[in-house]
Design a protein around this ligand. Structure first.
Ligand SMILES: Nc1ncnc2c1ncn2[C@@H]1O[C@H](COP(=O)(O)OP(=O)(O)O)[C@@H](O)[C@H]1O
Ligand SMILES: CC(=O)N[C@@H](CCC(=O)OP(=O)(O)O)C(=O)O
Length: 296
């Protein structure tokens, strides 16, 4: 299978015609917790990202870490609870979320990028007010449900990202937002990534998860849809084919496209060299969503 044996150098040979097209362009990569299965795969992912930087692209990483948060909560005797894809976040949970995301996971990715020759800087939404948030409520049967310290992205202030990009750094961002009073909020990393990709006008927005892409039939891996328009994606949501954990992802993709990103891709981050294969091979490995059918 493509992706199993092919090595970075071979992919790069295929990538050569694309490299000029990507030069100086921002590529936002959402690295989901379920795609971070082991240190070896993580090492390979970060090496591919360093390579992207070396050939002139500007990768910006926004990471998740849901499974790791669950692990720490369970050690503290707390049960993880979700409502419409959002973790119900009381004060103690918020402290854990911030420690795990902005502390453990962020620093793990930054350290790896630096170890493999990149210059990475870790940020959370509180740094330079990068992600300004307000409290999110869930609407259920006409009622507003309070789910604690969970935020909506209100504004993205991308100035710090631009400064870091210009100086050759790779920004690594945790999905923690801050409000005007300095209160921290937990935000689903897919949503933050979509808003960030939109605000940065990303040339590519890549979501790395633990499934091949958008499937017509969730039981059948071969039913992957390799390309679709924004309208197609909205129809698949309405028909219920896109559901569960895929919903916030596709929502994030649509936000990114509507707010300024050019192309979005959903890929299986556990596949070796998944990002390079998606960007630099004609067929790609996942699902690409673009604004309209007419575009090339
Ligand atoms: N049409 C679809 N195609 C692919 N996956 C889907 C679809 N509809 C629902 N899903 C579900 O979405 C899940 C991906 O979301 P999730 O597990 O929350 O990812 P992550 O942890 O990376 O944020 C898949 O594992 C699958 O169960
Ligand atoms: C509000 C909310 O649900 N926040 C998420 C933030 C982390 C995340 O999104 O991580 P993944 O990308 O690995 O799922 C959480 O607490 O799990």
């Amino acid at each position: 299978m493509i992706g199993k044996k092919i090595e970075r150098a071979e992919i790069l040979m295929e990538a050569l015609p694309y490299i000029k097209e990507f030069y100086g362009k921002t590529v936002v990569i959402k690295y989901g917790g379920n795609a971070m299965i082991d240190e070896k795969i993580k090492d390979e992912v970060v090496q591919d990202i360093v390579l992207m930087k070396f050939v002139g692209m500007n990768p910006v990483i926004i990471h998740g870490g849901g499974p790791e948060i669950n692990k720490v909560l369970s050690k503290l005797g707390k049960t993880a609870q979700f409502n419409m894809g959002n973790r119900v976040t009381d004060y103690e949970t918020m402290e854990v979320v911030e420690m795990v995301l902005a502390g453990k996971i962020n620093k793990n990715i930054v350290t790896k990028l630096n170890k493999f020759g990149g210059k990475a800087v870790g940020l959370s939404g509180t740094d330079a007010n990068l992600i300004v948030a307000d409290k999110k409520y869930i609407e259920k049967e006409g009622e507003k449900v309070d789910i604690g310290y969970v935020g909506n992205v209100k504004t993205i202030n991308p100035r710090m990202i631009r400064i870091l990009e210009k100086e050759g750094f790779i920004p690594v961002i945790s999905p923690v937002g801050v409000d005007e009073e300095g209160k921290s909020y937990n935000i689903n990393a897919d949503y933050v990534a979509g808003e960030l990709a939109g605000a940065l006008g990303a040339y590519k927005f890549i979501l790395m998860t633990d499934i091949a892409g958008i499937l017509k039939d969730i039981e059948d891996k071969s039913s992957i849809i390799s390309e679709m328009s924004l309208d197609d994606a909205e129809k698949l949501i309405d028909s219920g084919i896109i559901s569960g954990g895929m919903l916030p992802k596709v929502d994030a993709c649509l936000t990114a496209l509507k707010k300024g990103a050019e192309r979005v891709h959903i890929i299986d981050g556990r596949v070796r060299h998944a990002i390079l294969l998606e960007l630099f091979t004609d067929d790609g490995i996942g699902t690409m969503i673009k604004k309209a059918d007419k575009e090339d």
